[in-house]
Design a protein around this ligand. Sequence first.
Ligand code: CAO
Length: 421
Amino acid sequence: MSKKDIKVPNIGEFKDVEVIEVLIKNGQKIKKNDPLITIESDKSSVEIPSSDDGTVISLNVKIGDKVSEGDKIIEIESEKETKETSAQELTKNQSSKKIKKNEVKKGNATENIIVKDFSAKASASPKVRKFARELGVNINKVPGSERQGRVTESDVKLFVATKSYKSFKDQTTTKQKIELEYSHSDFGEVDIKDIPRVKKLSSKYLINSWTKIPHVTNHDEADITELEEFRTSLTDVYTGEKKKITPLAFIVKALTASLKKFPNFNTSIDEIENGKMTVKRYYHVGVAVDTPHGLMVPKLRNADNKNISLISTELKKISQQCRDLKIDKKDLFGGSMTITSLGGIGGSFFTPIINYPEVAILGVGKAEKKQVFIDGKFVSRTMLPLSLSYDHRIIDGAEAARFNNELKENLGKNFAYKLAV
Ligand code: CAO
């Protein structure tokens, strides 16, 4: 047994570049050429493979770190006798498809490093290629979202949507272009900063949603007076201390109950042209989390089968994982419907953008005490602002208003969630 450091080899012009994926864990057995990390420059991304077999005993990089040649990625324990580990050991037999390997010097050790460059020949299934051809799209220009840049049908759709938006924008922003003839710095001092990676990634989903989905937002208010009395009275049975459960856990529960009555809200339309929609039988509620890196939307899986305490615990866990960039990528996909709550920050109504490919999103504002006219007199009630945006292709305004009524019922004084703490 011997210990060995695996370092970043010579990677041409990639210097001080960001780690965007860590593909291995502590304790994991790895083989020579297994991908360890993915790094990304402005133009392309690169997977760094292992130069040896062994078991990972320490992980020296995390997502967001900047690395250059010679930086230690991991330490491994090898069963073999120690051999000199160097970039020169990297072999040419990388099984993964090479997409482009310019930027790598001839005879250099990094020949088998995969450089993904979108101008190179795309990797895609014959079905996806046919689909792109039918839409008149050059598949080699489509950025692939799968590992090693493989292009999926959704990537092609997103590419088309983004292009249509761009040409629409080009046609409609002539005036703005004239204004942009001036540089920002013509008017004073400015700083140029990198747009955070999470924001860059989410922008394509936001544009896709905004340009493809005809959004409508219904606003309403739920009377959560009794819910708030109940929530703030909760104490831990063992310690007697107040339980720290925010209204959001109750809203998740009320939402899943509403989704069960209104299955249209738990659907996705992948292709309106083929006349099909997917009705989900699961209830995975997405929750928008504000992180220093940008907005992320992890899913609370099977929220219908979980009690309020468990939902609250999981909510804290997944939001922290997002903030630490430790969330599994898969946990950001596969949702039923999303809740975006600004209740802890402030504000009442807003117009949330649907988290594509879902068909609805619930915006929640800050609950406030208000004077409400009930049975001929004003009474003080705690009112929660709701902003429900929906895809008008599938959901009609009347159905949305009924959905809000159901939601208000589930958050209201006959709250069934009481049984579910
Ligand atoms: N009305 C009144 N008070 C509320 C409330 C509401 N609707 N929602 C939360 N609060 C209170 C909580 O009870 C908590 O009070 P205490 O400090 O007294 O315990 C406080 O506000 C802070 O709550 P929180 O925001 O930390 O927790 P949460 O469970 O409500 O939210 C999370 C968790 C992850 C959703 C939140 O931290 C967050 O990131 N919010 C922002 C989401 C966002 O950016 N959405 C916009 C997307 S569109 O760009």
